[in-house]
Design a binder for this molecule. Structure first.
Ligand code: PMP
Length: 431
């Protein structure tokens, strides 16, 4: 049975809103390092890594061995009713790495679940259902997280357990403040935050949640220090600050272990998922202990912190730290950005090029202006695939190419990707 048949079966049985990439979608059947092979035997260099989730890459012996050793015990699951050594050890490491004083950790299975938990904690702690979120944000697919997702493309429902007010600042390129210097942009957004609190809330807001670099929103990078300035305003009101590190955690931004490090502030809570498991389902919240303990009822995630996921995640974290992948993300990210700057200089369809470390966004526009171009982004997606490179797509207007290879990516692989991207952008522009 060929590829076509699997697509037909997918369409028949999976929801229509579960999008597949490419006119002719790919079934990945094998992976090693930063390369994956599809069911037709074609190999691709992977610069999207399962949506930033295969943080280290494929077929990593240290991780496979750790998981295999756990499987050999016969225990895939025990539930959190019993002590799980790897869960406690992982939580200890994350608490320490967080920089949050007296931190406690709750482990669950996804970014959505992590953010739902953080919202539950903040709203309980503050006894308030009011939440501040950023325009163009993405935080998950459940009701509270869709309720704080500021992107029409991912908001199927307005039903929400929280009352949300949206703040300017995350997405600079199309912001009304885009023409300002870094300092003036921060000032304008901070004034907006204060005004939003004063005009759209009753003051006793529970929290502000923000992605240090917006992921689904198109790898939008605000000026360093923006969230530090926000935190000062939040502190005046006693509003908690949650950093959603689902995409930016574990050193991916190169400069810092957590994306929020660029803003000179330690948040009250951070949420994480994706890269921590290198493909194993795991997410969680790390929070001030007093905030974490704020729930007045039992709460449990049956699979949260299960032995397989936590043994694997511990191996991932060891690998990231032992190999200093944050330094590699900084180094290879700089190389990637330098190469892309040259390409962008030749092609006016690149409206904006932005990023940090191994999170790089290329926003495509119609020639001669800034009109978002889905057409060109789709063409670049297809043309990179034709050249053996997998990349992502996103952004408010779905016109941003997203690059986020595993953090183990090499210089040669960056150069190979640049070759494919240069060719793909040139071909798209000529179409
Ligand atoms: N927060 C951010 C910043 C994300 O990028 C995502 C996933 N794209 C989520 C939360 C939700 O994570 P999950 O899909 O694991 O529920």
């Amino acid at each position: 049975m060929g590829e076509r048949a699997l697509i037909d079966r997918h369409r028949a049985v999976m929801p229509s809103w579960l999008a597949l990439y490419y006119a002719d979608p790919i079934e990945i059947v094998h992976g090693h390092g930063r390369r994956v092979t599809d069911s037709n035997g074609r190999t691709y260099l992977d610069f999207f890594a399962g949506i930033l989730t295969n943080a280290i890459g494929y077929d990593v012996a240290e991780i496979s061995d750790a998981v295999r050793k756990q499987l050999d015990t016969g225990i895939l699951h025990t539930s959190t009713l019993y002590l799980i050594r790897s869960q406690v050890e992982l939580a200890e490491r994350i608490a320490e790495l967080s920089g949050i004083p007296d931190a406690k950790v709750f482990l669950c299975n996804s970014g959505t679940e992590a953010n739902e938990t953080a919202l539950m904690l903040a709203t309980q702690w503050r006894r308030s259902n009011q939440v501040l979120a950023m325009r163009n944000s993405y935080h998950g697919r459940a009701f509270a997280t869709v309720g704080i997702t500021g992107n029409r493309g991912w908001s199927a429902s307005s039903l929400s357990p929280v009352k949300v007010s949206y703040v300017h600042g995350g997405y600079r390129y199309r912001s009304p403040f885009s023409g300002l210097s870094d300092a003036d942009y921060i000032k304008a957004c901070t004034e907006d935050l204060r005004e939003v609190i004063q005009t759209t809330t009753s003051g006793d807001v529970a929290c502000l949640i923000a992605e240090p670099i917006q992921g689904v929103g198109g790898f939008c990078v605000p000026p360093d220090g923006l969230y530090g300035a926000f935190a000062e305003v939040l502190a005046e009101y006693g509003i908690l600050f949650i950093s959603d590190e689902v995409q930016t955690g574990w050193g991916r931004t190169g400069e810092h272990f957590w994306g929020i490090g660029a803003h000179g502030v330690v948040p009250d809570m951070m949420t994480f998922a994706k890269g921590l498991g290198n493909g194993l389902a795991i997410g969680g919240v790390v929070a001030r202990g007093d905030v974490m303990d704020a729930l007045g009822a039992n709460s449990i995630s049956t699979f949260g912190g299960n032995p397989v996921a936590t043994v694997g995640a511990r191996a991932v974290l060891d690998y990231v730290l032992d190999h200093d992948l944050q330094a590699n993300a900084a180094k290879q990210g700089a190389r990637l950005m330098a190469g892309l700057r040259e390409i962008a200089g030749r092609h006016p369809i690149v409206g904006d090029l932005r990023g940090k470390g191994l999170m790089v966004g290329i926003e495509l526009v119609e020639p001669g202006g800034t009109t978002p171009s889905v057409r060109l982004a789709t063409a670049v997606l297809e043309e990179t695939r034709a050249r053996g490179l997998l990349v992502g797509k996103g952004g408010l207007h779905n016109n941003v190419i997203r690059l986020a290879p595993p953090m183990t990516v090499t210089e040669d692989e960056v150069d190979e990707a640049l070759g494919a991207l240069g060719g793909a952008i040139a071909t798209a522009e000529g179409q």
